[in-house]
Write a protein that binds this ligand. Structure first.
Ligand code: RFL
Ligand code: PHB
Length: 403
């Protein structure tokens, strides 16, 4: 079966779905190819914190109604230093900015529902996806569904297929430069239908390791514990997790913590990764396909969204503005923002986690920096402005504002 479209999008994660929806709103034709089935894509428990820029893109895509009804605006978060809490007042420190707590599962669900509503659902369970002729003016993508071979001819390909996808792997190794740091620990995450222990998130640096108290709603909590990479979730029955969270989050938070059965439990590795450039010929990478951040600071989904927004503007410039300026600038523009989020996520991870090779001096440096943040308005501004999300283009650096 053969089909033609303007943009073939590989991957129905947040990057691919948001890009597709933004292109649809602008009248640009695209097809989304996804390896997994819909239930699997909608069931993946991941991020929970949306920057205002991400919310604005979801509004532009016409999928923000439920987000505004059910999302929780957060104007601050807490840091815990060996159990003692202090607050970062994001709203005051940034002149009014905040973040929205709304699960990635919900974002994905809303985007997929919008695709069905307009009669153009992603092609789920697309196997053997392969990219062809990305260096030519006539690229194509082939795939199979239930053993039948399909081919999509297109003008451009958007590789939104995550860290393990085929898109980045289709760029010749000779032109791709990758930068990577793998952290010597993972995050054990649980989801439980119990009220959160605080009305804001708590990031805790404890001598026993990092802990995070987060949430999805007033009745659903999400918690994380730093654990050794080789740990097995089976060795972490719920009671052991609650006991460890109580220790690491400290008496004040522990006193308000409601324990309950976990409805999800998994361990995620932590990694920093950037592939440059984010464009090769007619292939453009967006989201985790091009970069990974450790989850401390909640930047991964937000970067996927800002890439999708920039790429949508670039295609809109090409198809409706008849200018390729934003397409040509895409990789450099996206990477400029990506590297700043990489730096923030790396720094926040380094500040809050216990490293296996950490000596007493390194620990004292962490404690001194946290103490400095607690006492310095200037340090808090730096943390808060990164947490709420940096602007797409810092003032004065973007000669090519979207026309
Ligand atoms: P995704 O979500 O990985 O989607 C890629 C999609 O491509 C499909 N795919 C293919 N399709 C066709 N052919 C192939 N060959 C394919 N190979 C793969 C996959 O099935 C999938 O559907 O990438 P995308 O869209 O770039 O989105 C990135 C985000 O999902 C990710 O950055 C965040 O989840 C990271 N993250 C967080 N980000 C935040 O902004 N805030 C957070 O609070 C936050 N918390 C987290 C996180 C990630 C976590 N894990 C599990 C890594 C917490 C955790 C625990
Ligand atoms: C989450 O709720 O899943 C979450 C929140 C904040 C982070 C990472 C993950 O920094």
């Amino acid at each position: 079966m053969r089909q033609r479209t303007q943009v073939a999008i590989i991957g129905a994660g947040p990057a691919g779905l948001l890009l597709s929806q933004l292109l649809y709103v602008a009248g640009i034709d695209c097809v989304v190819l996804e390896r997994k089935d819909q239930a699997y894509v909608e069931g993946r428990i991941r991020a929970g914190v949306l920057e205002q820029g991400t919310v604005a893109l979801l509004e532009r895509a016409g999928v923000a109604d439920r987000l505004h009804r059910q999302g929780l605006p957060h104007h601050g978060f807490r840091l815990a230093l060996d159990g003692a809490l202090f607050r970062i007042d994001m709203r005051r420190l940034t002149g009014g900015s905040f973040v929205m707590v709304y699960g990635q599962t919900e974002v994905t669900h809303d985007l997929i529902a919008a695709h069905w509503q307009r009669g153009a659902p992603p092609v789920f369970e697309a196997g053997d996806v392969a990219l062809h002729d990305i260096g030519s003016r006539a690229p194509s993508v082939t795939y199979t569904v239930n053993g039948t071979a399909h081919r999509v001819d297109c003008d451009y390909i958007a590789g939104c297929d995550g860290f393990h996808g085929v898109s980045r792997a289709s760029i010749p190794a000779s032109v791709l430069r990758c930068y990577e740091r793998v952290y010597p620990f993972g995050w054990l995450g649980i989801l439980a239908d119990v009220p959160p222990c605080d009305d804001e998130l708590i990031y805790s640096n404890h001598a026993r390791g990092f802990a995070l108290a987060s949430m999805r709603s007033a009745t659903r909590s999400r918690y994380y514990l730093q654990v050794a990479q080789e740990e097995n979730p089976l060795d972490w029955p719920d009671e052991r997790i609650w006991d460890e969270l109580a220790l690491r989050l400290g008496a004040e938070a522990a006193g308000r913590m409601t324990r309950g059965s976990s409805i999800e439990k998994s361990i995620a590795p932590l990694r920093s990764f950037v592939a440059e450039p984010m464009r090769h010929g007619r292939l453009f990478l967006a989201g985790d396909a091009a970069h990974i951040v450790p989850p401390t600071g909640a930047k991964g989904l937000n970067l996927a969204a800002s890439d999708a927004g920039m790429l949508a503007d670039a295609f809109i410039g090409h198809y409706t503005g008849r200018s390729d300026a934003l397409l040509d600038a895409y990789s450099a523009r996206a990477l400029a923002r990506v590297w700043k989020a990489e730096r923030f996520s790396w720094w926040f991870t380094s500040l809050t986690h216990r490293f296996p090779d950490m000596d007493d001096f390194a620990r004292r440096m962490q404690l001194a920096e946290l103490g400095y943040i607690r006492g310095s308005q200037a340090a808090q501004v730096v943390l808060a402005e990164n947490y709420v999300g940096l602007p797409l283009d810092p003032p004065g650096t973007m000669p090519l504002a979207a026309e």
